[in-house]
Design a protein around this ligand. Structure first.
Ligand code: TXA
Ligand code: MG
Length: 333
């Protein structure tokens, strides 16, 4: 992709600095269309080690390897099934991650000791240009740039707040276009399966492959980043199945004097200075884009409880529903 024309001279200068830091074994944060990533050159084990240390993430949790050129897929993966090619050709660059058997060039420090690798070509111009400038046959391992267990960052300030000067360079690309992580598809066996719903709608994948992809039970694969507790808010977050139930729950909590935030997709029917209302879009893509920033704000605002209206039981809302279920973990514990 010709990314050179899409970014300013100023950004190019910062990307060049980031490339130098990566080549020198440093860690840099960069925007992708999904969330910000915390990246290191995959060929430098001590740089990969830094990612785990900075994030506070256990070293057996595998990282996504980002690269820029589809013609290099065979460089990073082996035994690539036809379905994986089809997905890659259609959805890359974009918010889709494919799990494939790893090639010898992928160090096990990146894959958490597994023989499979998570691969993605992102479509954000800064991410792509960074990868292109790093050079051919180079790749960046990057988890989301948040502390382990917290929600992913969707703007550069989120990254700064979490890590400050622990990171050599933070490339600022503004707010992420999608705001939820990539969709992860396991292509290791002939039977493709969904590991994590995300930025690429499952319906688009089903349409392309002319099949209904099944959700892989977590027990069948080591994908530690999909633990139920991931992305949990520290304020207990309760999902209310309907707006009516949310209304009655908020009344009960208000009577108990509990400082509550209510997140709905329709106008509030209750007014009280003890209840803070957040109106979210009634459309999954717009909702997903705002979700993490909204959860962060509410988490920082000292509420004692967050109530949130359940999303519709619909394939288009799958990624949002998944993240809300995880965010509600502290309440369900
Ligand atoms: O949108 C995204 O995917 C962002 C941006 C930065 O690309 N990255 C991201 O990375 O969300 P992370 O590390 O926060 O989540 C990666 C997920 C984890 O759930 C991890 O367990 C899973 O990918 N994963 C990585 N390698 C795997 C493998 N070999 N097999 C199964 N799951 C894997
Ligand atoms: Mg993450």
């Amino acid at each position: 992709m010709e990314t050179d024309k899409l970014i300013t001279e100023f950004t190019k200068f910062h990307i060049q600095q980031a490339v130098e830091r990566l080549l020198a074994g440093g860690v840099v944060a960069f925007p992708t269309e999904t969330v910000y990533g915390l990246g290191a050159d995959i060929s430098q084990p001590q740089a990969i080690q830094k990612i785990f240390e900075i994030k506070g993430r256990p070293s057996n949790h595998p990282l996504i390897v980002h690269f820029s050129n589809l013609s290099e897929l065979e460089f990073w993966a082996e035994d690539i099934p036809a379905t994986a090619w089809k997905l890659a050709e259609h959805f890359w660059p974009g918010p889709l991650t494919l799990i494939l058997p790893k090639s010898k060039l992928i160090p096990v420090s990146v894959t958490g000791g597994q023989e499979t690798v998570a691969l993605r070509i992102p479509r954000h111009p800064i991410a792509l240009n960074l990868l292109e400038q790093l050079g051919s046959r180079k790749a960046i391992a990057a988890p989301s740039a948040n502390r382990y267990g917290f929600v992913s960052p969707t703007n550069a300030d989120h990254v700064k707040c979490a890590f400050g000067d622990k990171i050599d360079v933070i490339l600022d690309g503004g707010a992420c276009e999608i705001g939820l992580e990539s969709t992860i598809i396991n292509c290791v066996d002939n039977n493709v399966m969904l590991l994590r719903p995300g930025g690429t709608p499952l319906s688009s994948i089903n349409d392309l492959l002319k099949q209904n992809i099944q959700i892989q039970p977590h027990s069948q694969i080591r994908s530690p980043g999909s633990l139920a507790s991931h992305y949990a808010t520290s304020t207990p977050l309760e999902i209310c199945p309907t707006s009516e139930i949310l209304l009655s729950r908020s009344s009960t909590l208000l009577q108990q004097g509990i400082y509550t935030a209510a997140v709905t997709r329709s106008a509030p029917q209750i007014s009280s200075d003890k209840l803070h209302h957040v109106l979210m879009p009634d459309e999954p893509i717009a909702f997903g884009k705002l979700l993490y920033a909204t959860l962060r704000k509410l988490d920082e605002a000292n509420f004692e409880r967050i109530l949130i209206e359940a999303p519709p039981d619909d394939l288009e809302w799958l990624a949002v529903a998944d993240r809300l279920t995880r965010a509600s973990h502290s309440f369900r514990k």
